[in-house]
Design a protein around this ligand. Sequence first.
Ligand SMILES: *[C@@H]1O[C@H](CO)[C@@H](O)[C@H](O)[C@H]1NC(C)=O
Ligand SMILES: *[C@@H]1O[C@H](CO)[C@@H](O)[C@H](O)[C@H]1NC(C)=O
Ligand SMILES: *[C@@H]1O[C@H](CO)[C@@H](O)[C@H](O)[C@H]1NC(C)=O
Ligand SMILES: *[C@@H]1O[C@H](CO)[C@@H](O)[C@H](O)[C@H]1NC(C)=O
Ligand SMILES: *[C@@H]1O[C@H](CO)[C@@H](O)[C@H](O)[C@H]1NC(C)=O
Ligand SMILES: *[C@@H]1O[C@H](CO)[C@@H](O)[C@H](O)[C@H]1NC(C)=O
Length: 707
Amino acid sequence: MTWVVALCLGLLLPLGHSKTVHIYVSPKGSDGNSGLDVSHPVATLDKARQLLDSSGIKGNTVYVELMGGYHNLHSTLHFTHAYTQPVTFRAYKDQEVHVTGGKQIPANLFTHVTDSSVLNVLPPSSRSKVLQLHLPSAGVTDYGTMSKFGFYVSRTSWLEIFINGLPARLAQYPNEKFLNLVSVPGGRRSRVFTYNSKEDARWVNEKEPWAYGFWYFSWADDGVGISNIDINKHQITLANDTNYGLRIGHYNPAHLAYADNQGGYFRVINMLSELDQPGEYYLDRSSGNLYIWPNTQTGTLSSSDVITVSLINDCISLDRGVSNLNFEGFTLEACRKAGITGAAVHDINIQNLEIRNLGAYGVSLSDSNNVTVSRCDIHYTNGGVNLTGGDRKTLTPSGNIVEDNHIWKFGRVGGVGYNAIFFDGAGNIARHNHMHDGQYTGMWLAGNDNIVEYNHIHHMCVNSTDCGGIIAGRDWSGRGNVIRYNYIHNVVKNMPGAENRGIMLDDQFSGVLIEHNVFFQNQYHTNIGGGRDNIIRYNVFYDAVNYPLNVDGRGILYASNNGTLYDRLRAQPYKTKPWSARYPKLATIDSNHPTYPMGNQIYDNVFYNKRGPNIVEYHGTGLNKTEYYDIHDNFNANPAEFWSPREYDFRFRCSIETWANQNSVPQPININAVGPRQPTGPKYIQTALPQYHSTVHPASCTGSIIG
Ligand SMILES: *[C@@H]1O[C@H](CO)[C@@H](O)[C@H](O)[C@H]1NC(C)=O
Ligand SMILES: *[C@@H]1O[C@H](CO)[C@@H](O)[C@H](O)[C@H]1NC(C)=O
Ligand SMILES: *[C@@H]1O[C@H](CO)[C@@H](O)[C@H](O)[C@H]1NC(C)=O
Ligand SMILES: *[C@@H]1O[C@H](CO)[C@@H](O)[C@H](O)[C@H]1NC(C)=O
Ligand SMILES: *[C@@H]1O[C@H](CO)[C@@H](O)[C@H](O)[C@H]1NC(C)=O
Ligand SMILES: *[C@@H]1O[C@H](CO)[C@@H](O)[C@H](O)[C@H]1NC(C)=O
């Protein structure tokens, strides 16, 4: 035994002089301290970072022990070089540690509003509720600026305010839903439109009004400034163009019949006159006064409330080449841009963090390898994890893993383009994550050989259409992606526009293997948008709002994406090894009708379709050909033959079970086997993982089953 231990230590310490060093950091410490013992902590993470390069510490395994409290970063914590041994910033003894990009404001600096010019603008019901903070009196003078957001904008937020970890939102009208554009007198590419509301009489004194809308398509949102409001004509002039122009809207939440008549709806934001409910705020940049109706239980503020404003841009940034760096067990919050960002880094572990209240992605590391993001709880950000890495040309996997995370409400200010997880490159893995409540898509896959497995994905695409819980799109060469053993449900359509799907293979995306997943109550469970060589098998497709699957031949019908598809194909060495060996059907694409939906296979799935006997709905004519879509041996099930669908128990019974046994189709994966395997976030917020049990014991098969 002793001998074994000695041998292991010998392997770990080949040179004999690497040791373990602890550096202590406390908000109550002093940067004049050594930091080397718990009673002499330094005060700042940046001082600890500098100490990493000092003699006696450099070259060792280091734990930077963050002691309880609020560690406010005064500027981005910036790492510039690799470490030869692992360096870990972690919560000391699982204490409650917050690393913030802002500062806490004492509740007693908030006062009731007395200025009559402000009171007159506020709605009467808010006048006694709204509190005022003069930011310069709290030492805050950098308010940031309102800037474009939505639709893939990599944004830097303006100053925001969070109370007890909950974000406030800019005061808006309407509070829920949208107003339609009623006319667009200057045409699609103009900035002028009218609306049908007399609410605008309230807006005449607004200093910096903005608008947010899905102006033309229900899959493209823009936040944009307003340059003029004409309350006589009920007409707004925008300060800038929107991405796709303007159109008349037909949005009616009670009635989505104008399904294809998408876009053309908006709301106004950043309006003092609309500050009419708890959780709304407005910042007057000319006076430095911030007005807020606190979203606390009492509706007001007391000294026990933690009020934080965001001040710095990125919280943590990593220069090219940084490696051997770990972050563990604390809350990272209140930065105006990303949580942890960098490019060309490797061997980075981000574990058990809570990442929240940011202006951009929680973690965004591009062109990086061997990065692990695990057991984190990421929410109220604008994007969860964006990881790109690996080498597509050689099909070398990145070694990047995103696992056991809880990622929810990850599109906070603007929705489209802020995904729970975005992958590009080769061989990234997402497994055992729980992702839910997305305004637009949950996972976006690009590149090759990504694996998405054992995830629980639901309630995505909530505020948009033409969307999927998981999306991949417009690339014939993005082969080798696998989506398996996931539960995907409740991705439905709440807005006008094209359909939403559990999995969306958009614009001829090809070569995906979708197997062993359980889908239920999605608008469509999966579509194939005219792509090639996709295989869909061994899945449960239960009770879609429309059809289980929807397929088309968009590359035959129109060739609008032809240029991009060919560019992306020719950028890859698809005719030579290793590509030609790995993806033989891609190697011969040029001589096999590239734009046609060749080689898709849909078999050995179990489905229940209340609309009829077919598993597939064809969009377009002439598609029912086996060389396009080879559809066979799918079992059309009676819903009573699953164990207990409403309790997420899709075990096969009766004739499904008989068929499955005959065809060697395995039982579906148990819901308790998907999602995180360990509690997420820092110790102080961890809760037990959900466990599902079905209580229903269905009647025996004989006699009780129809058909
Ligand atoms: C509006 O557009 C102008 C260019 O026309 C640009 O300089 C400016 O940054 C834009 N403003 C915002 C808030 O996007
Ligand atoms: C993810 O990061 C890469 C690299 O910075 C960027 O090109 C890409 O647009 C980002 N993805 C999203 C969805 O923002
Ligand atoms: C990633 O880790 C693997 C296995 O440990 C190693 O072979 C590879 O070189 C690493 N890649 C990088 C870029 O560090
Ligand atoms: C969808 O938008 C509404 C506002 O219209 C917002 O309250 C809600 O949080 C959004 N949903 C998600 C999942 O972000
Ligand atoms: C698509 O692009 C290719 C290559 O540029 C061209 O040869 C082909 O004619 C195009 N197909 C259509 C339908 O436009
Ligand atoms: C597809 O074509 C076959 C053969 O013509 C026919 O039997 C089948 O009903 C068609 N299926 C659909 C979904 O139209």
